[in-house]
Design a binder for this molecule. Structure first.
Ligand code: MN
Length: 284
């Protein structure tokens, strides 16, 4: 078991807790990035148009509302309990808005796409309802993958699981042998093997099961999956394999290349790519 502390990162004018990648744990299966944002007062322009390649974004709210727009023409409100799943493939642009007032609290993990899918077309899906079950006295929502025969309709491309658990008291979850798993604490605190983990922390789990308990109501996110097929190179909003690929994607974004959709249709607060690093980046 490994206790991970998030680092603080700036996103869209606010601060997030970034749990993955972590120096001691690059990924959990294909889950390659986890940002936990809020609770915040909301408001502001949100995050303006920006590109992605090679990944899926999973947007999951705990409180408040957000609105997603993208270069496929999607325009989708999201509320707690609903899933926005965006597949970047070879290239997509999206923007995310929070309402002018009211709390916004949520998590946005990224899933690395395997070689067989990462060069394919972009896609977006919204799921207004997801399967629910119970684990001890906790309620579980299956966001991605399957738990105890309850399967999410979300489209993913590698063996994965993502489950939100809300409750208190003791619970035991079976884990798949050979997979990597972790629990991200979103609200409250949990104890696992005598170790306490709170907001801004994640626990990397060892199988074949995990027992945890909470003295007061808590919310955690179980993420797991088959070890990913290869190291990945993550730079800015891109998940790739080589430095040349991320540089080419940044160049295409700067050039308003149709790889990322019709730039003329985007809101005007688009986000510029940072300078391409002078050093050669390597996957990890
Ligand atoms: Mn994004």
């Amino acid at each position: 078991m490994l206790l991970l502390d998030a680092r603080r990162a700036a996103v869209g004018g606010g601060e997030v807790r970034r749990l993955l990648p972590h120096p001691r744990q690059r990924r959990l299966g294909a889950w390659c990035f986890v940002d936990h944002f809020g609770p915040s007062a909301g408001g502001g322009p949100g995050v303006g148009p920006h590109p992605h390649i090679g990944l899926q974004t999973v947007t999951w709210l705990i409180d408040g509302r957000m609105h997603h727009g993208d270069s496929l023409g999607s325009s989708q409100a999201i509320a707690p309990g609903e899933l926005n799943l965006m597949t970047a493939g070879h290239g997509i642009t999206h923007w995310e808005r929070a309402p002018a007032s009211g709390a916004v609290h949520g998590v946005q993990p990224w899933i690395a796409l395997p070689e067989s899918r990462r060069h394919g077309p972009p896609a977006f899906e919204h799921h207004g309802a997801l399967p629910r079950t119970t684990v001890g006295s906790w309620s579980a929502t299956v966001i991605v993958g399957e738990l105890a025969g309850h399967r999410s309709p979300a489209t993913v491309y590698t063996p994965l699981v993502g489950v939100e658990l809300v409750g208190a008291g003791p619970a035991r979850l079976p884990l798949r042998v050979g997979w990597e798993h972790g629990l991200v604490v979103l609200e409250g605190a949990v104890r696992i093997d005598g170790v306490s983990a709170g907001i801004g922390q994640a626990v990397v789990l060892d199988g074949p099961d995990v027992s945890f308990t909470a003295d007061a109501p808590a919310r955690v996110l179980l993420l797991g999956g088959e070890p990913f097929e290869s190291p990945v190179l993550m730079w800015w909003n891109f998940v790739a394999r080589t430095s040349e690929e991320t540089a080419a994607a940044a160049e295409a974004w700067r050039d308003r290349d149709p790889r990322f959709g019709d730039a003329a249709t985007f809101p005007d607060d688009r986000i510029d790519a940072p300078p391409t690093p002078h050093v050669r980046l390597v996957p990890s």
